[in-house]
Design a protein around this ligand. Structure first.
Ligand code: TXA
Ligand code: MG
Length: 332
């Protein structure tokens, strides 16, 4: 992949003026980091091959890993992809919000082949964040937007995280403070047959199953990294520099501690951050990526992670932690 050209990155509070300027940059093929309800996304005009190519270059993302197209609402989504009854039901129940629906591409689809990584399906989401919604409306096209981090690294929940990864590689960062949910969207494929959970995320599986009145199928087993169904299948992802030790009952004085509900409070860890002192899993989800980044920045060789219950949002939290702990192919 060619190196990403150097760009002047403007970081601004997300007000009417900066949104209008960022939307103009998007229409001209530029790259804009925008807040969403889940994490910050790196947006570009999804209909432009060149703009989408610039996303892959800025992130260092493998081009076989397709992007989510962000739209305003269900009618806009159904111009791009064919929604079956399950997809319609999910969009009605959870949009705008942190659910991504993968559906067969429609004949009227304008999203570039590169954004879809050549697939005949498309991932679509209508985010709930007012700034993301304003930007989609002002740009007037679907916005391709992966999380605004270098590929394989921890997703950004604050504008500072985006700047740390992408300053000099993108045109705008719209700063609206910490993102409310802190975990990426749940991805469900509605491609005929039983809908499939491709990535656990901000909406718990149980809520989706209750809405559909059926049990979701699971994603294909961890397999080849070369052609993932959802490259959530990439085993090593969300990787901090430090190694992670999961389900730790103790943290040593060498280690940093990522705690939950005070389980590691009595350990001699060099630094300890608690995802939620009261054991609230929604709070833990919102803090996960920021705490991982902060502990990584201490230079500790290992981060000991307290046990986290797998119910509700805990399933997505433990999914991200397992990926962060997975063996890496090479240097980050
Ligand atoms: O919350 C989120 O989903 C954030 C915000 C910015 O919207 N976005 C995000 O994008 O997490 P990204 O690119 O980091 O993750 C999108 C995931 C990838 O694992 C990708 O492989 C999968 O969605 N995906 C995209 N299109 C797909 C498709 N047609 N079929 C299966 N998986 C797809
Ligand atoms: Mg990502």
């Amino acid at each position: 992949m060619p190196p990403s050209p150097r760009r002047k990155t403007r970081i601004a509070p997300a007000d009417a003026e900066s949104i209008a300027a960022a939307a103009a940059a998007l229409r001209a093929g530029g790259l804009v980091a925008m807040p969403s309800d889940t994490v910050y996304g790196l947006a570009a005009d999804a209909t432009s091959e060149a703009a989408v190519a610039a996303i892959y270059a800025a992130k260092g993302r493998p081009v076989f890993n397709p992007l989510i197209a962000h739209v305003a609402d269900q009618p806009s989504a159904e111009r791009e992809a064919i929604f079956d009854e399950n997809a319609k039901k999910l969009a009605r129940a959870f949009w705008p919000g942190p659910l991504t629906i993968v559906a067969p591409v429609a004949a009227s689809c304008r999203v570039s082949l590169l954004a879809r990584a050549g697939l005949d399906s498309l991932a679509l989401r209508a985010p709930a964040h007012p700034i993301a919604r304003a930007l989609i409306e002002a740009a007037g096209v679907p916005l391709a937007a992966p999380s605004a981090n270098r590929s394989g690294r921890v997703s950004p929940t604050r504008a500072e995280h985006v700047a740390a990864d992408l300053d000099g590689r993108i045109d705008w960062i719209l700063d609206a403070g910490p993102t409310p949910l802190g975990l990426e969207s749940t991805i469900v494929a509605c491609l005929g047959g039983t809908p499939r959970l491709l990535r656990p995320g901000a909406i718990a599986r149980e809520r989706i199953e209750a809405e559909l009145g059926l049990a979701l199928a699971n994603d294909a087993p961890q397999g080849s990294d070369s052609a993932p169904i959802a490259p959530g299948l990439l085993k090593s992802h969300y990787a901090p520099r430090a190694a992670l030790r999961l389900a730790a009952r103790q943290a040593t004085s060498e280690e940093a501690a990522l705690d939950f509900a005070g389980a590691l409070a009595a350990s001699p860890a060099r630094v300890r951050l608690d995802l939620s002192p009261t054991g609230d899993l929604d709070e833990a989800a919102a803090n996960l990526f920021a705490h991982l980044r902060a502990l990584d920045a201490t230079g500790a060789p290992t981060i000991a992670v307290a046990p986290i219950p797998e119910c509700g949002p805990g399933a997505a939290i433990t999914d991200r932690l397992r990926r962060a702990a997975a063996p890496r192919d090479g240097p980050p």
